[in-house]
Design a protein around this ligand. Structure first.
Ligand code: ADP
Length: 443
């Protein structure tokens, strides 16, 4: 149930009460008249009961939503006019004690429909006409009829003024309500932002810790790695001169496998160093997506070979972004290889279709990498950018790729997030701020 429907129901209830109150006043008026005059006139009692009963019926109809409030108010105005005319006629006519009751009619209708002008105008004009007609029938002098009509006109004006005040108050209340809602919305938005900032700060703190750890491990592993590599090269060189071919081939095989293992360790160490700010020089110059993206897709295509294809769509005239060339290539290449791996893991084997698109947005440049893989499972999505989180088999993934990508992107002031595409497959979205070099100088 909406707030609007609740309000309109409450409004209908108020209108129904108005009709009931009027019926009650008519009954009370009749009792007072009979008591004061000490007479009971059957036609007067019947007429007054009919009048009151018609208001009860109208009130019930309006409250139940069966009658339109405005049209009902016009009907109520006419009933009041006829009822007043009959009442005045039965109690002494134009010279009777109740003739002035006509003046109350426009106010009565305004009470029924304070939110509309038309019913009050209609009832006011017809009351003025009725008073003028009655004056004419009873051959009253114009000097009496005209002030009576003018007096009722004054009441019509007052009634219209009160409906206008009511409408203005309603409008002011609606504006206040809207403002309150907007304020609550702003409050909720700032709370959302605060929570988001808190989460990001926690993430940064965690990455700083990982960075410190990574820098230490990388330093410690790098030194022994250097001499293991040198020794392996030396052994390879020596074994190549071996006389016995069987021994030589076996040893060369062992050395080649060991060299591959060492290369892998070296790759992991290099990745780890990426987490430490001191680990790699920060690129000062802004990167050009028109150059970096084709380079990354070229490199990925070589790795993909016949496993799939990468399409590239760039908006012409993109500005330089704050992320440097080397890092753009590294980030996008990582996303492309991940996408190809994901498609390869599909149950139904199919070719990878990876789309890279970039266009200008208000915050800078938006870059999207879409794939036709299985998408990201709901339990993996929140952990995707955690360092060392991987779903790939041992030896294939280190779980550092996406964490590093996000680290590079956020260092440049941008954002990187992942989502599932509505039509299936994963989407990685990067928003990069425009480099100062691309911005026109402020005057
Ligand atoms: P790694 O590739 O070494 O596993 P990443 O940090 O690059 O490390 O990726 C972390 C995990 O994110 C992957 O193991 C994979 O489960 C998931 N992932 C990355 N890209 C995609 C993708 N395009 N579709 C589905 N899952 C993905």
């Amino acid at each position: 149930m909406t707030a609007d429907s609740l309000t309109s129901k409450a409004l209908l209830r108020v209108k129904r009460r108005n009709y009931f109150v009027c019926a009650l006043f008519l009954a009370a008026g009749l009792v007072v008249h009979c008591l004061v005059t000490r007479t009971v006139s059957p036609p007067l009692v019947i007429m007054q009961c009919l009048w009151g009963a018609s208001y009860l019926l109208l009130g019930l109809g309006v409250g139940a939503g069966l009658f339109a409030p405005q049209a009902t108010a016009v009907v109520a105005g006419f009933i009041a006019l006829v009822g007043s005319a009959a009442f005045v006629t039965l109690t002494g006519g134009v010279r009777g004690p109740y003739f002035h009751a006509f003046a109350a009619l426009p106010l009565l209708v305004a009470m029924f429909t304070p939110d509309a002008r038309l019913p009050t105008v209609v009832s006011g004009v017809s009351t003025m006409g009725a008073v003028a007609l009655m004056g004419h029938w009873h051959e009253m002098p114009l000097t009496t009829v005209l002030p009576q009509v003018a007096g009722i006109g004054l009441f019509v004006g007052l009634a219209l003024f009160s409906t206008r005040t009511y409408r203005r108050m309603g409008e002011a209340q609606r504006v206040a309500h809207r403002e309150k809602l907007e304020m609550l919305e702003r409050l909720a938005e700032s709370e959302r932002r605060r929570r988001h900032a808190e989460r990001e700060r926690a993430e940064v703190d965690r990455l700083v810790l990982v960075g410190q750890l990574a820098a230490g491990v990388a330093h410690e592993v790098n030194n022994p790695l250097a001499f293991v590599k040198a020794n392996l090269n030396y052994l390879e060189h020596e074994v190549r001169g071996e006389e016995l071919p069987r021994v030589r081939d076996e040893l060369l095989q062992v050395i080649s496998e060991t060299q591959q293992g060492v290369l892998r360790i070296q790759q992991i160490v290099m990745d780890l160093r990426g987490f430490s700010r001191a680990g790699g020089p920060c690129e000062e110059r802004g990167g050009a997506l028109e150059v970096a993206l084709p380079e990354a897709t070229r490199m990925a295509s070589v790795r993909l070979r016949e496993r799939g294809e990468v399409s590239l769509a760039l908006e012409p005239g993109l500005p330089l972004v704050r992320l440097g060339h080397r890092h753009i290539v590294q980030v996008v290449l990582n996303l492309l290889i991940n996408a190809a791996d994901a498609v390869e893991m599909c149950q139904t084997r199919c070719l990878a279709h990876i789309a890279v698109r970039a266009w200008r947005v208000e915050e800078g440049v938006r870059l999207e990498v879409d794939d036709n893989g299985p998408g990201i499972p709901a339990d993996v999505l929140p952990r995707l950018f955690e360092p060392f989180f991987t779903t790939k088999p041992p030896g294939k993934g280190t779980g550092l790729g996406l964490a590093l990508c996000r680290e590079f992107v956020s260092r440049s002031g941008g954002t990187l997030h992942a989502e599932n595409r509505p039509g299936g497959g994963a989407r990685f979205v990067i928003v990069l701020p425009v480099s100062e070099e691309s911005r026109p100088l402020a005057m």
